[in-house]
Ligand binder design. Sequence first.
Ligand code: SF4
Length: 369
Amino acid sequence: MSHTSSLIRRVSKQIMVGNVAVGGDAPISVQSMTNTLTTDVDATIAQIKRLEAVGADLVRIAVPTMNAAEAFKEIKKRTSLPLIADIHFDYRIALKVAEYGADCLRINPGNIGNEQRIRSVVDCARHYNIPIRIGVNGGSLEKDIQEKYGEPTAAALVESAMRHVDILQRLNFDEFKVSVKASDVLLAVESYQLLAKEIQQPLHLGITEAGGLRSGSVKSAVGLGMLLAQGIGDTLRVSLAADPVEEIKVGFDILKSLRIRSRGINFIACPTCSRQEFDVIATVNELEKRLEDVLIPIDVSIIGCIVNGPGEALVSDIGITGSKHKSAFYEDGKRQKERFDNDKVIDQLEAKIRARISRTDPKNLILKV
Ligand code: SF4
């Protein structure tokens, strides 16, 4: 029932992060970052598995010390998602984690130090056939760029990114992606727009330090939504001061709302008013929880009364419209003879959704761009 996305995507080079393609015509991947102590191997693995369970494509892990690099080795052995090692400054850690199987290095070549160190990291990435992510952040621009621009501007972020890009290009290394994140939505959007014109490499989108679950999700949805709607972006991370699992869920919700990538249930629900014939809010909240395991994309409309119910049901795979005592049930836009008791809507709807999913060809799980 879904409308498909007609967005025209920016043409970008494709790189591989483990077995996940990023850029080109690959689906826009959703990633998060662990917030456990990396040296706490069991806790980090448990978190990666939770991220995997909600559909994460990629996971980034901070590797601040050599001890963390040793932990990374163990974590890599015991998990299957591609892992991006996040390294700042210490090039020896980059060499170590590459040896230990990192699928991507997040490191800014301009911050590593002298030419020899930069060259050794790039040669190592080439040797292990792994990409690099250059990550520029409005909060940590180089001093001379800060002085030149006075404050973080889009031109400043892009100038910083291009410094790192130029180093890699000079070394004939083009397996990299780039991010230019800022906590200010409009600044981040403008920076990515500028950068998109400068390079062909895939772009990693993010509104950095976006905030807590609600405010950060809204900022990310607005900022990433603006960019994605212009075809910009090849992988994304929603940065929340919250459980990283929420970052993955919000990331997929952003892609889902633009019909870029469908995964799981797309709930359509009315805000409710005194006309509602059953408890719409409780129904949606409970079903969202119960059906988190569903990966197959379907549209489910849950509408409190006939004002908007039949219209939404018409364009949904499954729909319910509240009416006195028993509510009307729709499938594939057609009203069914069966009706739901208004006090048993949650169980009945869950059963219908699960029955439909069990009849759905698993090929539907192939995610569309
Ligand atoms: S669909 Fe009906 S119950 Fe829902 S908000 Fe509109 S009028 Fe109110």
